[in-house]
Design a protein around this ligand. Structure first.
Ligand SMILES: Nc1ncnc2c1ncn2[C@@H]1O[C@H](COP(=O)(O)OP(=O)(O)OP(=O)(O)O)[C@@H](O)[C@H]1O
Length: 830
């Protein structure tokens, strides 16, 4: 029996809190009447009668039948809604096409008369607006249709029965990837992000609390049931007291690797839920072991934030720094599968390239390729340049600059000096010394623009301008008049002056751009001057530092720059010029934070001053550097960022790999015991020790042949690109393997060869780690690299060692049968 209440009480409404959808807002803002009855609009409650706990098996079957009946009913309602939405979509599509057609007919007309043109352009603008509104309408409908179709296949994955203190009966709520109401406004499915749904992820049976916009609410959780519904049929269902039972996880994790990452809303774990629903922290640091669901958690977090702040947050106000382009592709389907648009995504390299146009910026990957051969002095220099202290020194330097120390550049026009650096320095010096350097710089910029405007006025009288006006075609003349009408001018001189100003302004646009873009400061010379002056830490020798400066100058001459100079140089430039800040971004996410220096993060903090931060990473997966403890990282970041609310969440349970693979991966880490392996069965990893490359190649070919019988993807992971190229050459003709490179954006299935830095954040059914020998992995500087390779494997792992195996794999793990040794030729460790 179910009872329908016409309106939600205040308490219920805040518990269910379903904010207006984009579509509701869209309709409201655009006053468009759309006939069909959208889901999510009304605020009606769905109350069903209590359910009993079932203990007898036959009753369970009976219960499953009842649940299946409900699933059938819900699906039938979803089908009806899909049909009406499809009709609506088709109507919207036809209308958009009609308006687009009229729009393009209009734009093809060529008007010469000024008045006609003005009207046409106003009309066109109106039509353009209409087209964009209709297109938006259409795309929202399309997204909703896609979500409804997903719901039709699997309408929900959870059910909670709750009873508030003032109630005598339980209320059953079903939870799915999106809300769904019937035509009477009953909620048949609750969105997994609704406040009440948090109970499903967090609560154990009994008294539970949940956050709502009106503060914490309490209720009693009397039942938690999980469903696996595939194509409308309940495949599995069971009651549980856990967060989400292991059986569901087993099924989810046992599946084969897909080209795209999947959403995990049906099986989110308690600690992942904390990350997803945190709305208070200014700085949220997630330190999670490999495969613990960091990336998954942040993608669901983004979906949650978009829902939670639907009225104030758009997907393009969220930016995610991702480790490589393949990763961007890999995660690109998660948000759309939850009915949300993707956030902006960028790799750090792309971000820097964009800000240092014209320079060839060393990529992180190029740096990995040379990292193996750094001397201890070079490492000390790098550490210094990448520290928060170095960035603070940049700031202090900028603040202390006197007019004569600022490296101004001439502004050149037509190969002659338009504003000399001497003139610019004089302007700068004319402002009071008590002002900050950035303020004086800004004033200088404004003064230059004023001078330019004066020069434009003077130049209007020049002969070349008069000649140009005389030669103007009628059409060009009208173009220059723009929206002005002839009657707007008092006389002919007035009109001529207007046109002349337009001509001169266009000619001198390059000068304006140079001023606007702060090109009258030479940031490279300024940075080199800073390098000369900066006090050095004790472990950096003067001689090495001089060498670094010379190296920087020489690189600049060849239009290139090393990665560790980018953040401080950009900071110096942008700090002096008060530029480079994006105030529209509200959330910033950094995946694989261990690959970023504090200096780089500090620059990002400067570049996105209004954002809340979520940083996630695994200090154990640091490539080519020593591991740092999570607390150490948080401490460093807190010092560098000065934020009020910071939080560290550690994820210690690893989900990606089978139990034997995670157990082996743990064994190579000093603190590996802290990692908890998810209990999923699988093969013991294999170690094959080969005497030489030929034999290793044969072994790889053999494993590929075996593994391809079972899995769609086998990845051979190497330490660097040189090795990847070698392996590719060795096996390509027999296997058709694909070599992946920096620029690749899609991840094919089949046999893949790639260096580990391109595989960051990714996972593969079966992994072959190439040459894990003592020669190739001699010491702990490469521990993170090896660990990252091993933990990319979901179901099967093979290590090939050419000669003695690396000391990073301890004798103990070899003896404890955590790894199966195939051949032991020449291996003294075994
Ligand atoms: N709660 C969950 N339910 C189902 N699958 C999960 C869950 N958490 C993680 N996974 C799965 O575990 C695998 C690893 O997750 P993810 O890539 O998010 O981990 P990560 O911590 O970012 O890994 P890494 O740092 O090693 O790249 C993925 O296949 C993901 O779908």
């Amino acid at each position: 029996m179910s009872k329908l209440r016409p309106f939600l009480t205040l308490k219920e409404s805040c518990r269910k809190h379903l904010p207006a959808t984009q579509f509701d807002r869209f309709k409201f803002e655009n006053h468009i009447e759309i006939s069909f009855n959208m889901i999510f609009i009304r605020r009606l409650a769905f109350i069903t009668q209590c359910s009993n706990r079932l203990e007898e098996p036959f009753l369970e079957n009976n219960e499953q039948q009842k649940e299946q009946q409900r699933v059938d009913e819900v699906i039938s309602k979803i089908s009806t809604k899909i049909t009406s939405t499809e009709n609506e979509y088709n109507r919207a599509h036809t209308e958009t096409k009609k308006v687009q057609q009229t729009y393009s007919d209009n734009t093809s007309v060529n008007y010469f008369e000024v008045d006609d043109r003005i009207e046409t352009s106003a009309e066109l603008q109106q039509q353009r607006g209409l087209v964009s509104r209709l297109t938006e309408n259409e795309s929202i409908l399309k997204r909703q249709l896609a979500t409804m179709k997903d719901l039709k296949r699997s309408p929900y994955f959870g059910r909670i029965d709750i009873r508030d203190d003032d109630q005598t009966q339980d209320e059953k709520l079903y939870i799915g990837i999106a809300s769904f109401e019937n035509e009477d406004g009953e909620f048949l499915v609750y969105d997994w992000r609704a406040p009440i749904s948090s109970i499903y992820y967090n609560g154990t049976l009994g008294k539970v609390a949940y956050e709502t916009p009106m503060g914490e609410q309490q209720t009693t959780l009397t039942k938690k049931r999980q469903f696996q519904i595939v194509d409308g049929r309940i495949r599995n269902m069971f009651d549980t007291n856990e967060t989400v039972g292991d059986e569901m996880l087993q099924t989810a994790l046992g599946a084969q690797n897909d080209e795209y990452m999947q959403n995990i809303v049906a099986t989110i774990q308690h600690e992942q839920n904390d990350i997803i629903r945190d709305t208070k922290s200014q700085l949220l640091v997630v330190q999670g072991v490999a495969g613990s669901g960091k990336t998954s958690a942040i993608l669901q977090r983004i979906a949650f934030l978009l829902y939670h702040s639907r009225d104030t947050l758009e997907a393009d106000q969220i930016i995610l720094f991702s480790p490589n382009k393949l990763f961007s592709h890999y995660i690109s389907e998660v948000l759309p599968s939850l009915g949300e648009r993707n956030m902006r995504q960028v790799t750090f390299d792309e971000f820097i390239d964009n800000r240092l146009k014209g320079l060839n910026v060393q990529s992180l990957f190029e740096r990995y390729e040379t990292d193996g051969s750094l001397t201890s002095q070079q490492k000390a220099v790098r550490e210094f340049k990448e520290s928060a202290d170095f960035m603070n020194k940049v700031e202090n330097y900028c603040q202390s600059l006197t007019p004569s120390e600022i490296k101004f550049s001439d502004i050149i026009f037509n190969e002659t000096v338009f504003f000399s650096k001497h003139e610019i320095a004089q302007i700068f010096a004319s402002f009071p010394a008590a002002m900050s350097v950035p303020d004086r710089f800004l004033k200088t910029k404004n003064a230059l623009i004023k001078r330019l405007k004066r020069r434009i006025i003077t130049e209007t009288k020049a002969d070349w301008v008069n000649e140009e006006i005389d030669q103007l075609s009628e059409e060009k003349y009208h173009d220059l008049l723009g929206t002005k009408r002839l009657r707007d001018f008092q006389n002919e001189d007035d009109e001529r002056f207007f046109i002349a100003k337009k001509i001169v302004t266009a000619r001198l646009q390059v000068v304006y751009d140079a001023i606007f873009n702060n090109n009258f400061l030479d940031p490279y010379v300024q940075y080199a001057a800073f390098l000369k002056r900066v006090p050095l830490p004790a472990d950096v020798k003067q001689s090495e530092w001089q060498h670094t400066i010379a190296d920087f100058n020489q690189n600049i001459e060849f239009h290139s720059i090393k990665l560790d100079d980018c953040a401080p140089l950009l900071y110096l430039r942008d700090y002096i010029c008060q530029s480079g800040q994006n105030n529209t971004m509200k959330y910033l996410f950094v995946d694989e934070m261990q690959d970023y220096s504090v200096a780089q993060l500090k620059y990002l903090k400067y570049a996105f001053p209004q954002t809340k931060w979520t940083l996630l990473g695994d200090s154990e997966q640091a490539l080519f550097k020593d591991v740092e403890q999570p607390q150490q990282i948080l401490h460093k970041l807190n010092d560098a960022f000065h934020v009020r609310h910071s939080r560290l969440i550690s994820l210690m349970r690893s989900y990606r790999s089978t139990y034997p693979i995670t157990t082996f991966a743990k064994s190579i880490l000093p603190n590996g015991d802290d990692i908890e392996a998810f209990n999923r069965d699988g093969d013991i990893p294999e170690l094959i020790v080969s005497p030489d490359t030929d034999d290793a190649t044969d072994q790889v070919l053999k494993i590929i042949a075996e593994q391809r019988q079972k899995y769609a993807t086998v990845a051979i992971l190497t330490k660097n690109m040189a090795e990847a190229k070698l392996v590719y050459r060795l096996i390509h003709s027999q296997t058709g393997a694909v070599l992946l490179k920096d620029a690749d954006r899609t991840l094919p299935k089949g046999i893949l060869v790639l260096p580990i830095y391109l595989a960051k954040g990714l996972e593969f059914d079966s992994v072959i780690a190439w040459d894990t020998s003592e020669t190739n992995y001699p010491d702990k500087g490469l521990l993170g690299t090896l660990y990252t390779i091993i933990t990319r494997a979901m179901h099967h792992l093979t290590l090939i060692s050419i000669g003695d195996v690396t000391p990073l794999i301890s004798d103990e793990s070899l003896k404890n049968s955590q790894i199966k040794i195939e051949r032991t030729l020449k291996n003294k460790n075994v």
